[in-house]
Design a protein around this ligand. Structure first.
Ligand SMILES: [Mg+2]
Length: 256
């Protein structure tokens, strides 16, 4: 396994030459979109709501809120929200209210607005598309919501297919079976030659393994290199742009 931290193009794909990977199945949150601001604001708001709720009941809480770097590092190590709450000063009896707040507000429109595309994503998608790689999105986000976001940024035309859910709570839960089911469906309907799955969590890697497809894990999302490594993806890259360079300009892109 190799970590590609910077693009290192070796052999440019010549005009008319097809890349080895024909179809790239790509996750949305993580590879394309940075959700760290939304998740951190959700945490802050849920903590503030919990504080207010118990203060009104005459039970003042003594909180120790995490800063963004601390919070995101814990998410990248897949530390549970219960543990994050505990590290923030909540006692066991306050944690279920905090968790209810998190799941209740994480998909609020005002928080969804904090999501932003990672730098280089537009270029990476355009580059892969221009080199003949079919792009298929496989996400636990609501399909209609994702299609709308891609339309707003002029990116929908680059995708051959978009596979998502109709359940707005699915993405935060990161359910592996659900991801595998979507990838299976996408593979049956969209695969044209060799495919590869690109994602930022264990759900993406395990879904790819379940359908017998190579997996490329990205460290620009919600899991760290060390965490992803234990699921043995075929390759670990930093982001989608370095993945695009890797797929297009290495001779055996998904080899260990
Ligand atoms: Mg993801």
């Amino acid at each position: 396994m190799i970590l590609e931290t910077a693009p290192t193009p070796k052999t440019l794909v010549k005009r008319g030459q097809q890349p080895q990977v024909r179809t790239l199945f790509c996750d949305f949150d993580g590879p394309l979109v940075d959700v760290s601001d939304r998740y951190y604001h959700t945490y802050q708001l849920a903590l503030a709501n919990t504080f207010d709720y118990y203060r009104e009941k005459g039970q003042p809480l003594y909180l120790t809120p995490l800063d963004k770097a601390q919070f995101w590092q814990m998410k990248q190590q897949r530390i549970s929200d219960e543990q994050i709450a505990s590290c923030s000063g909540l006692q066991d009896e306050h944690i279920s209210y905090f968790l209810q707040q998190v799941s209740g507000i994480v998909n609020d429109c005002s928080l969804l607005e904090k999501d932003k595309f990672h730098q280089g994503v537009h270029w990476a998608l355009a580059l892969l598309h221009s080199q003949g790689v079919q792009l298929v999105l496989v996400t636990l986000r609501c399909q209609d919501q994702v299609r709308q976001i891609l339309t707003n940024y002029g990116l929908l035309r680059l995708f051959q297919g978009v596979y998502g859910t109709s359940d707005e709570t699915a993405a935060y839960g990161n359910n592996i079976e659900c991801k595998t089911g979507l990838l299976k469906q996408a593979l049956q309907e969209q695969a044209d030659g060799k495919g590869v799955m690109v994602g930022d969590t264990e759900a993406d890697i395990l879904a790819a393994k379940a359908v017998g497809m190579p997996a490329i894990a990205l460290t620009c999302g919600i899991r760290s290199f060390e965490y992803l490594q234990q699921f043995e993806p075929d390759y670990i890259c930093h982001d989608l742009l370095s993945t695009a360079y890797h797929l297009l300009w290495t001779s055996n892109p998904t080899a260990n």
